[in-house]
Design a protein around this ligand. Structure first.
Ligand code: PMV
Length: 304
């Protein structure tokens, strides 16, 4: 029996969420939390994970089922067995849907010899996310495919940030679509105030790019804190996120801010490697689920 395991990473926003919706720059980083998909030849379609076993099932496994359907247009997939394992909490802004989509595309690509290259994989992944979510930015699927630190919309890869990333999950549900539409409403009501905030966030990403290249982590942390202040100004923070952010800063993080849509979901703290556990404990004491990780250059890959 032929079998292959592929994995793809989740992501965080170092700078620029929300402003990126209006064409401003953002810096997004793949993190070392991965979703693994083992694909093996089988007579029928079988998808299995901790959520149970099923055939093609758009309710339980919308992304995987859509990948199988889309790739059946390129090659004859009579059957396949897929086993999914993931480190990425679902629906918390860390790119879990992009990671499972990209890892599944690559596993089927290699098992069935479809000859898709990285750009094809990212494009197909984005079209599947868009179909399922209604609207989706190409960032998550691009970063999950390519890995590393990427400035968007230009999609230029920067060097790796060799620091600790401590994620704090509030566990509070938040809808990206709702948060994006709330910001749009605020922008419509107060354009003369909100537009400069969004362009300042874009400028933070541009300045941040230089600092990432020079590996100047303390000022990167300062810019994260300024970015957080501006995200608060456009009403996408909240008490749960703020508690975790201030706890992480007090524990010695270089900087801390929301990652992704806000309103709930996750925050991130950039920290010196020896301080990671201290920052994680502070986040836990403040009521969050702390996840200690690193930025990774590895996008989608085969696992041996
Ligand atoms: O929370 P996430 O990971 O879906 O990120 C949303 C990022 C936004 O900039 C708020 C929206 C977008 O599509 O870029």
């Amino acid at each position: 029996m032929q079998a292959i395991t592929c994995s793809a990473p989740g992501k965080i926003y170092l700078f620029g969420e929300h402003a990126v919706v209006y064409g401003e720059s953002a810096i997004c980083c793949a993190v070392d939390l991965r979703t693994r998909v083992q694909a093996s030849s089988n007579d029928t379609i079988l998808i299995s994970s901790d959520q149970g076993d099923t055939g093609l099932d758009h309710d339980r496994y919308p992304y995987i089922s859509s990948v199988i359907e889309e790739m059946s247009k390129m090659t004859d997939i009579k059957g396949v067995k897929l086993r999914i394992d993931s480190d990425i909490p679902v629906g918390s802004g860390l790119g879990s849907s992009a990671a499972v989509t990209i890892a599944t595309i690559q596993a089927l690509n290699l098992l069935f010899g479809c000859n898709l290259g990285p750009e094809d994989i990212a494009t197909l992944g984005h079209s599947i996310e868009r179909k399922i979510q209604g609207a989706a930015s190409p960032t998550d699927t691009y970063v999950s495919t390519m890995g590393g630190v990427v400035i968007v919309p230009v999609k230029k890869k920067l060097n790796i940030i060799d620091c600790g990333i401590v994620i704090g999950n509030t566990g509070k549900f938040s809808s990206t679509r709702q948060m994006v539409s709330d910001v749009a409403l605020l922008k419509k009501r107060y354009p003369e105030m909100i537009d400069p905030i969004l362009s300042t966030i874009g400028r933070i990403s541009m300045t941040g790019e230089e600092l990432v290249i020079k590996q100047e982590y303390r000022p990167i942390g300062e810019l994260m804190n300024i970015n957080q202040g501006l995200l608060d100004a456009i009403s996408v923070s909240g008490p749960e996120l703020a508690d975790l952010i201030y706890a992480a800063r007090s524990a010695g993080a270089y900087g801390a801010k929301i990652t992704g849509a806000g309103g709930g979901g996750c925050m991130i703290a950039l920290s010196q490697l020896p301080d990671m556990e201290k920052v994680a404990s502070a986040i836990t004491r403040a009521g969050g689920e702390a996840i200690v990780t690193r930025i990774t250059e590895h996008g989608v890959r085969v696992e041996h």
